[in-house]
Every structure is written in structure tokens, then in C-alpha cells.
Design a protein around this ligand. Structure first.
Ligand SMILES: NC(=O)CC[C@H](N)C(=O)O
Length: 384
């Protein structure tokens, strides 16, 4: 529905941008962040890591290919709000089933269009990610002071635990594709479908578990390894998941974590995390794999990062032996991967499932499989 109903984006610092209502009408509050992908908006919208965020797209023309039934990464749209410059008036793709604005409306997502999203991006890049609100329909009529007060009353992303909002209510199982390696325990902190598919294709029977599962319940599925997914929120507010992970590591299970999972591995090993000024969200971020010296172009969506020295070997303050930073973001030299040297555990801050994004980092799923196969071979040797 293209209309000229007014809408306004209000940032916490009082900056206001006037445009048009897009998607559902009303009001929404969240953390304003910008995403630089020129394609893949359907995957972005359905990535649970974006819960609690108002996503501003830097690419000016969004919605061209509509929404289809093949690309969703989860069961719904999770962004709190969606801000685009120039929505496509026609949908052009043989796969499209619906338009982007009708899908936003069906999911109750308040959006807006018709503003200079690159100007908003420059503001967020200079001042940092901020709380924000989009107001349209009856809420467009609130006074600027009322709108600003609402924005400033919203919770900050720092300190937020959002895992219960996005996690599955009960275990789901995806069978292994091809030769079966064993059961994989996946802690669902906001997992994406492509991650599950990638793991299943590596021979894992993928058991996606609710975020409040206990160690006993997790071990009861007899996993050959464990995996922590991406997800929304502040890793510092996830003590229960860190405690669970320490139990997993103590049980000797091989571990791989993505994004939120990387931050939680960092914490389990004894490192800290911190909030980045405006984060990384896009599909063309350069990352160095220190092991091979190769630079890969990767998909990112994170606002927090692990605090660790980029070079040299670190002794785990929590007694897990030696570890090192395995991957470095080349735009701003942020930690993009961790590797334990004395236990079978590693993680990356970015998205090897690459939905959307380039597939340069897909090898990490093979590394995980190889790690599990190596451990199984070792255990077999030990019992012979
Ligand atoms: N995609 C993710 O897993 C994001 C992790 C975390 N919520 C962050 O913003 O850094």
C-alpha cells in the first residue's frame, strides 16, 4: 500500500526525520541501527538477531523482489521497525508471493519510507546506535515532546536479554542429510534456518533446543557436539547461557558458536564483551582468517564484540587452557573469531551460513564437522 500518510522517525538525541508510513501504522520503539546490504532484505527481516531493533537500510531501493516462501530465516519478521528510502512500487520476481509492505503490515511491523536513510546512517555512525521510535497513523499526531519522552522511556539494548522472546518453545529435530554423524545440540538463541540446513548437510541430526534447557536435558539427547546460535540482546545479560556452556565444555563436547554464540564462548572462557559504537550489519565485511591468511567477504549483524588481544596466545582466566583470536574484522580490527587451543571449541562473530551474503565462510561448518570426526576417531582409539 503506497500512501502519503505521514510518519516520523525520532532519535533519542531529538533528531527528527519526516517521511511516509510504510507497513503497519502506529508506533514502535527500539534501537536504531543501519544495515548496508543491497540485497537480502527478506533474510534480514526474518533474522531473529534483529529483535528489538529499528533497522534503517542504506540501500535506497528496497522491496523490488517482494517476499517469497523460500527465503525466510525463521517463522516471522523480528525487527521492531523498518526504515527505507524508496520502496519499490512493483514487485518483480517469479518467486514473489507477497509485497514487502503487505508482509510488514501482516506482521504488525511499523515502518516508514521517504527519508534520506544515508543521512540517518551518518548520524548513527557519528553519534552511535541510539534508541528511536517510528510514529505513524494516530501516533503521528503526538507532540514531538511526547514522542521523544516515549523514545527515552524505552529500554537500552545494553543489558537486555531477549533470548526467551525468540527461542523455540520446544525441541525441534531436523534429520541429517547423507551419512549421519550423530545428534547435535543447538541452543536456540535466535537460530536461522540456513544454519540448521548447513549443519544437517554436514551429517548432524540437528536438535534445536529452547534457550532455557538444562545441562541434564541437553546431555539426555546424547549429543556428539553442541552449537550456540546467533541471537538478539547483550551477551553480558546472558549468564545462564554462559553457565550452560561451561557445563558443555566441562563435559568435553566439541563446540561451535556463531555471533551471539561467539560472544558467549568468549565469556565462558573468561573474556569480556563490550558494545560497539554502531556495530556491523551488512554482507560485504572483510575478515582475516589468521590460520590461512585468507581474507573472506562475510555477512555480519552484531552490535557487541569480544574484548581480547588480536595477537598472541591468551590463557583462559576460567581454566580452559590456551586460546587465541582466530579472525579479525579488517574495517575496524574487531575480534571476529575465537579458537580454544586445548579444548575442541571455536566460534565466529559473523555468519558462515551467509543468508544473505557471500559464501566465503562456509568452510567453517566443514571445520566443525572435521573437529567432531577427529574427536570421535580419538575416542575410538582410546577404547580399542
Ligand atoms: N547476530 C547476533 O548474534 C548478534 C549478537 C548480539 N546480539 C550483538 O548484537 O552483537
Amino acid at each position: 500500500m503506497t500512501t502519503s500518510d505521514p510518519a516520523v522517525l525520532v532519535l533519542e538525541d531529538g533528531t527528527r526525520y519526516h517521511g511516509h508510513a510504510y507497513g503497519a501504522r502506529g508506533r514502535t520503539l527500539g534501537e536504531a541501527v543501519f544495515a548496508t546490504g543491497m540485497t537480502g532484505y527478506q533474510e534480514t527481516l526474518t533474522d531473529p538477531s534483529y529483535a528489538g531493533q529499528i533497522v534503517v537500510m542504506t540501500a535506497p531501493h528496497i522491496g523490488n523482489t517482494g517476499m517469497n516462501d523460500e527465503d525466510p530465516e525463521s517463522r516471522r519478521i523480528w525487527v521492531s521497525g523498518y526504515v527505507v528510502r524508496d520502496p519499490s512500487r512493483v514487485v518483480s520476481s517469479f518467486r514473489a508471493k507477497r509485497s514487502l509492505d503487505s508482509e510488514l503490515e501482516a506482521n504488525g511491523i511499523v515502518g516508514m519510507s521517504g527519508i534520506d536513510t544515508r543521512a540517518v546512517t551518518r548520524r548513527l555512525r557519528d553519534a552511535g546506535a541510539m534508541r528511536a521510535g517510528v510514529f505513524s497513523g494516530p501516533d503521528a499526531g503526538l507532540s514531538p515532546d511526547e514522542q521523544l519522552a516515549l523514545v527515552r522511556s524505552a529500554p537500552e539494548m545494553a543489558g537486555l536479554n531477549l533470548s526467551a522472546e525468540v527461542s523455540v518453545p520446544a525441541e525441534t529435530v531436523t534429520p541429517a542429510v547423507g551419512e549421519r554423524l550423530g545428534n547435535l545440540a543447538v541452543l536456540d538463541l535466535g537460530v536461522k534456518q540456513s544454519t540448521v540446513d548447513n549443519l544437517a548437510r554436514r551429517g548432524f541430526e540437528v536438535h534445536v533446543l529452547p534457550q532455557d534447557v538444562t545441562l541434564e536435558q541437553l546431555l539426555a539427547i546424547h549429543p556428539v557436539a553442541a552449537f550456540y546460535s546467533n541471537g538478539p540482546g547483550d551477551p553480558e545479560a546472558s549468564d545462564s547461557h554462559v553457565a550452560l556452556l561451561r557445563g558443555i565444555l566441562d563435559a568435553g563436547l566439541p563446540f561451535f558458536g556463531i555471533c551471539f554464540g561467539n560472544q558467549l564462548l568468549g565469556r565462558a572462557l573468561g573474556l569480556g564483551t563490550y558494545k560497539l559504537p554502531f556495530g556491523h550489519r551488512g554482507i560485504n565485511q572483510p575478515v582475516l582468517d589468521k590460520e590461512t591468511g585468507r581474507v573472506e567477504i562475510t555477512a555480519h549483524n552484531h552490535g557487541f564484540a569480544v574484548d581480547a588481544p588480536l595477537e598472541g596466545i591468551i590463557e583462559s582466566p576460567n581454566g580452559y587452557g590456551r586460546l587465541e583470536v582466530s579472525h579479525i574484522g579488517l574495517n575496524d580490527r574487531v575480534v571476529e573469531g575465537l579458537k580454544a587451543l586445548d579444548i575442541p571449541a571455536f566460534s565466529v562473530q559473523y555468519h558462515p551460513e551467509a543468508a544473505a551474503g557471500p559464501h566465503d565462510a562456509n568452510y567453517l561448518f566443514d571445520r566443525f564437522r572435521d573437529m567432531v570426526v577427529a574427536q570421535q576417531a580419538q575416542q575410538k582409539d582410546a577404547t580399542n
